[in-house]
Design a protein around this ligand. Structure first.
Ligand code: HMG
Length: 415
C-alpha cells in the first residue's frame, strides 16, 4: 500500500512521521514543522524592514502527483480551504490516467536597459557595437558559468513614446537554479556605462522583466472519460469555453490556476508576486486568455494543457533564509529550478481541473464549505478531537455560520 494513502485522514503527528520515513525529514526538521516554521524574529528582522512580528501560513502536502513518471509529494502554503484537497483529487484522478507530462525551457532571465535622449541612428550603433557589448555582458554574468549558466545574447529595439524615442537594450542570462533577479540586475547596472558610451543618450531604468517568456514550463494530462465521466467532461468543457470567451470568468479561472502555482511558490520560498506578474502579463499578451486549454481528444478523453512563464528558483534569496522553504524543497525532491517549474505547471493545471470539475457539476460550495466548516469549528473553540463531529453536524444542517459551529459545539459538550 502507498505510504501516503489516506494522508489527509491522519493527524499532524502521523503525517510528519510519514514524511520522516518517506522523505527523509529529520527530527530537527520535524521540530521546525511543528514549531510553525521556526522563523525567529531576528532572522525576520534581517529579511525585511521595520519588523514587528511574523505572520504564519498553513503548509499542506499533496502526495501522489505523478509527473513524467515520477511521484511527487507537493508542499503548498496557503490560507484558503479546499485548494489542497482539490489538487489532491485532481492529482489522484490524473495518476489513474498515467499522470502528467511536463517540460521546461532553459532558465533564461530577461533584463532591460532604457536609454533616453538617443540619436536617430541609436539602433545601428547598438548593432555595430553588439560584439563588444556582449563581451562585457558575458564578463558581468560570468559568476553563473561555474553552474553551467551565464550570458546568452542581447538585442535592442526602439520605443516611440510621448517623451521621445528610447532605445531598449535586452539581455538574456541563463541563471540555472536561481530565480536570477540579482544576477541580471547586476549585469544591467554594470553594462549601462558602456551602452551610454557606445550609443549615446542617457541610461534610465536597468531592471529585469518578470515577463520571462524565455523561461516557460508546460504540463499536460489526458484525464480518461472512464475516470472523469463523459457527462462531467462535457460540462467541464462548457465551463472552459466560458472562460475562453469572457474576461470576467477568465480572471477567476486563472485565479484558480494560481491558487496552486502560488501555494507551491510560497512553500518553496519563491517570490510569488514575480510569478503572478509574469503569468498574468503572459495571459494578456494577445488579449487576456485562460492560461491553459481543455479539449476532447479523438477518444473522448479530456486533455488539459498549460504553459506558464515561471521565474522560480531552488537556491538563493528567501529560499536560503526560510527554514520551511528548505524543508519543502526536500519533501518535493526536485533537482533544480526547471523541475520545480514543471511541478508548478502541473499543479496549476490540476487546480483548474478540480475547480472546473466541481463548478460544472455539484458547484464549488459543497466541497469548499465542508472544508471551511473545519475552520469555523476551530474558530468556535473546537479541539482537534471535536472538529470532525462539529463539521459533520454543520454539513447535516447545511449551516456554515460561526453561530452554528458554536451552538453545535456547546451541544456536543452537553451544554
Ligand atoms: P469530493 O469528490 O466531494 O470529495 O471532492 P471526496 O471526499 O469524494 O474526495 C475525493 C478526493 O479528494 C479524495 O480522494 C482526496 O484525494 C481529495 P481519497 O483520497 O479520499 O480517495 N480530498 C482531500 N484531500 C485532502 N484533504 C481533504 C480532502 N477531501 C477530499 N480534506 C473537493 C471534494 C473539495 C476535493 C472537490 O469538491 C474540489 O475539488 N473542489 C474544488 C476545490 C477548489 O477549487 N478550491 C479552490 C477554492 S475556490 C477558488 O478560489 C477558485 C475558483 O473560484 C476558481 C474558478 O472559479 O475556476 C473556484
Amino acid at each position: 500500500m502507498n505510504a501516503f494513502s489516506g494522508f489527509y485522514k491522519k493527524n499532524i503527528q502521523e503525517r510528519i512521521e510519514i514524511l520522516k520515513k518517506e522523505r527523509g525529514i529529520s527530527d530537527d526538521e520535524a521540530k521546525v514543522l511543528l514549531d510553525s516554521g521556526a522563523l525567529d524574529l531576528d532572522t525576520a528582522n534581517r529579511m525585511i524592514e521595520n519588523v514587528v512580528g511574523i505572520n504564519h501560513l498553513p503548509l499542506g502536502i499533496v502526495p501522489g502527483f505523478v509527473i513524467n513518471g515520477k511521484e511527487y509529494v507537493v508542499p503548498m502554503c496557503i490560507e484558503e480551504p479546499s485548494v489542497v484537497a482539490g489538487a489532491a483529487k485532481a492529482a489522484k484522478l490524473a495518476a489513474k490516467c498515467g499522470g502528467f507530462t511536463a517540460d521546461a525551457d532553459e532558465p533564461v532571465m530577461t533584463g532591460q536597459v532604457q536609454l533616453v535622449g538617443i540619436s536617430d541612428d541609436a539602433l545601428e550603433k547598438f548593432n555595430f557595437n553588439k560584439e563588444e557589448i556582449a563581451v562585457k555582458a558575458k564578463e558581468l554574468a560570468s559568476g553563473m558559468e561555474m553552474y553551467g549558466g551565464g550570458y546568452k545574447e542581447c538585442e535592442a529595439h526602439i520605443l516611440d513614446t510621448s517623451r521621445g524615442k528610447m532605445l531598449i537594450a535586452i539581455f538574456y542570462v541563463d541563471v540555472r537554479d536561481a530565480m536570477g533577479a540579482n544576477t541580471i540586475n547586476t549585469l544591467l547596472e554594470g553594462i549601462a556605462p558602456l551602452l551610454e558610451e557606445k550609443i549615446g543618450g542617457k541610461v534610465r531604468l536597468r531592471i529585469l522583466t518578470n515577463l520571462a517568456t524565455k523561461r516557460k514550463a508546460r504540463a499536460k494530462c489526458v484525464w480518461k472519460k472512464e475516470v472523469v465521466g463523459e457527462d462531467a467532461i462535457e460540462k467541464m468543457l462548457d465551463g472552459y469555453e466560458f472562460a475562453a470567451n469572457d474576461i470576467y470568468r477568465c480572471c477567476t479561472h486563472n485565479k484558480g490556476i494560481m491558487n496552486g502555482v502560488d501555494a507551491v511558490a510560497v512553500a518553496t520560498g519563491n517570490d510569488w508576486r514575480a510569478v503572478e506578474a509574469s503569468v498574468h502579463a503572459y495571459a494578456a499578451m494577445d488579449g487576456y486568455k485562460p492560461l491553459n486549454k481543455f479539449y476532447k481528444d479523438e477518444n473522448g478523453d479530456l486533455v488539459g494543457e498549460i504553459e506558464l512563464p515561471l521565474t522560480v528558483g531552488t537556491v538563493g534569496g528567501a529560499i536560503n533564509t526560510s527554514p520551511i522553504a528548505g524543508i519543502s524543497l526536500k519533501i518535493l525532491d526536485v533537482k533544480g529550478a526547471q523541475e520545480l517549474s514543471m511541478v508548478m505547471a502541473a499543479v496549476g493545471l490540476a487546480q483548474n481541473f478540480a475547480a472546473l470539475n466541481a463548478l460544472s457539476t455539484v458547484g464549488i460550495q459543497k466541497g469548499h464549505m465542508k472544508l471551511h466548516a473545519a475552520n469555523l469549528a476551530v474558530a468556535a473553540g473546537a479541539k482537534e478531537d471535536e472538529v470532525k463531529n462539529v463539521v459533520e453536524k454543520m454539513v447535516e444542517k447545511n449551516d456554515y455560520s460561526t453561530e452554528a459551529a458554536k451552538e453545535i459545539l456547546e451541544k456536543l459538550r452537553g451544554g
